[in-house]
Design a protein around this ligand. Sequence first.
Ligand SMILES: CC(C)(COP(=O)([O-])OP(=O)([O-])OC[C@H]1O[C@@H](n2cnc3c(N)ncnc32)[C@H](O)[C@@H]1OP(=O)([O-])[O-])[C@@H](O)C(=O)NCCC(=O)NCCSC(=O)C[C@@](C)(O)CC(=O)[O-]
Length: 301
Amino acid sequence: MALPTSIKLFEMAPRDGLQNEPGTLVPTAIKIELIERLANAGLTHIEAASFVSPKWVPQMGDASEVMHGITRKPGVVYSALTPNLKGLEGALAAGVEEVAVFGAASEAFSQKNINCSIAESLARFEPVLARANDAGIRVRGYVSCVLGCPYEGDISPHKVAEVAKALYEMGCYEISLGDTIGVGTPLAAKRMIEATRQQVPIEHLAAHFHDTYGMALANLYAVMEEGVGVIDAATAGLGGCPYAKGASGNVATEDVLYLLEGLGINTGIDLQAVIDTGIWISQQLGRKPSSKVALAKSTVG
Ligand SMILES: CC(C)(COP(=O)([O-])OP(=O)([O-])OC[C@H]1O[C@@H](n2cnc3c(N)ncnc32)[C@H](O)[C@@H]1OP(=O)([O-])[O-])[C@@H](O)C(=O)NCCC(=O)NCCSC(=O)C[C@@](C)(O)CC(=O)[O-]
């Protein structure tokens, strides 16, 4: 199948990128500056915060302050994770204009991550969708562990399709399919998409691939060939998941942009500005960006 002619990038660094940062809390001002720099670089969808329990994910404990603190750029959607009604109410009070619920295709991961079964999570999301609908905001849905689980191992593509379908039928406008621990390979990624697109139209599917085994770009190319046109990525390749030990961050935004430029797919995003932002945030965190493109195009290496 031909590759999509346009790709929407969903930037994850402020949320998925920072939620698992070890050590001291990243200052709110740094998070705000990161979000503003990303918007200025041309990213139009930025997952900015997470309204989850601060006991579970301390780095996201200042979600409200972050959302209140950012200067919003017209045309940019600043979204946040909301696992339940409490999170949604916090997000609404902070002026969030799009939220996301997050489930899993693995029972064990669901328990570790959000302390309930898959069925309980779906039941918990129903009132979140209803309230968000009343408030006039869109809800994205995530499915974690679509290509493998740290506790259960292999995950059936049919289980992924089943959970994605439930979220879509509940009203999620887009379903982001997470290779949470980055174990996928291209053929497995294709098979997972083939099964899921039977239940959810391909234009409502997004790829959210972590790069633990260095396969994320290859997997993205494979699912783009299946028609996936939305990609989640984190500048500097920041991140990991608190409930998936050893998992590295999302595929780096810089690397995805370089791939897309090479394919002649224009995103309107300024690659150099993203590289600079990745170097800046990595310096704040005391490390180098994990983006190969950033390292190749700069002197930080
Ligand atoms: C879902 C819960 C809250 C259930 O946690 P729980 O303990 O089962 O919830 P509860 O309803 O029994 O409440 C317990 C306490 O948490 C509070 N609470 C309850 N809800 C909230 C809230 N929204 N915001 C703030 N506080 C909250 C609640 O008020 C209470 O406070 P206490 O009375 O003990 O002081 C918990 O398990 C949690 O916060 N988990 C966080 C999971 C998480 O953030 N994981 C990382 C994101 S998912 C991910 O990274 C994957 C993804 C999306 O990127 C895709 C991929 O890569 O695959």
